[in-house]
Write a protein of this length. Sequence first.
Length: 365
Amino acid sequence: MPLRIRLKAVLLISAIMINFSAHAAVQCLLPTPLLDADGDGYDDTVNIGGAYDLFPSDATEWYDTDLNGVGNNDDPDDDGDGVPDISDNNRDGDAVIDIYDPAIENAFEWLNTDGDTLCNTVDLDDDGDGVVDVVDVYPLNPAEWDDTDSDTIGNNADTDDDGDGVIDLYDAFPLDNSEQLDTDFDGIGNNTDTDDDGDGILDVNDAFPLDSSETLDTDNDGLGDNADNDSDGDGISNGIDIFPNDPTEWFDLDGDGTGNNEDTDADNDGITDNDKGGTDLFPLDASESLDYDLDGIGNNRDTDADGDGVTDIDAGGTDIFLLDETEWFDFDGDGIGDNADPDADDDGVTDSDDIVPVDVFLHDT
């Protein structure tokens, strides 16, 4: 072979070997053997990683990949595939060629996902994410270990881990598809919590189960009583409504605890109100009850209670018959008004014959 060709071949082989070395997989370490009679570092009896020491009394041999009775160290063709080991790129005959195989002597190992010292078969945590494989839904993915909703998207990548339709960002219970909200932050989801807003009123009795500042809506106007300035909807502001939660009552004039509308004597003057079957024409005025002349002014304040045009005597006038619009004077003081008295001056002469009916001295016809 010409020198130039030989030189090129050497350079090519060197490049291949350098490239091989640069990309060759780091070899896994052996797990600590439970029993190793020959002290070669390979377990004699326990099948660890699918392979164990087939030559427990020979410290120079351990594996026999093709099971031909000759240990791999002496066997020129470990996997018995007809390709000598020196030329074989997959000496243990597993699924991965030696350059990528972290256990080129062990046909039961070909992966070391987390790049630690243990190959996957013996590694309890293949991906090195801190979650052991037996409970890791994604044992070969260090970025994932759980899939709560079983949608094949790991929780770390899934925006709705529990698959309840509420994205985790807004889900108070991202891993519980039966709960989404916890209004009172008591750790119990609203669907289970009997008092969602934690105001002490059970949801079944709370008109506003998600608002801790409201519990009642007396007038059913959609505005809670605490915020509603007319909670019973009777048209009277709570500020002046003595009965803010009773739409049939608002005032209690006499302060007896019974609203005016229900009270038969609202002003507590001892006279039953006119609108309750009584005679008190001024049910909200304890100083008045009657209005003889129906002029809207109660008799006690009216200076002419009977409306006869003569001022009542108790108002500084001369009408001594306050509630008789036909009488005002009683000259002889006999209790019969002059208009009705046949002898007003009681002089013994009938007024029809008395030229001065209110003068006891003048009575001749």
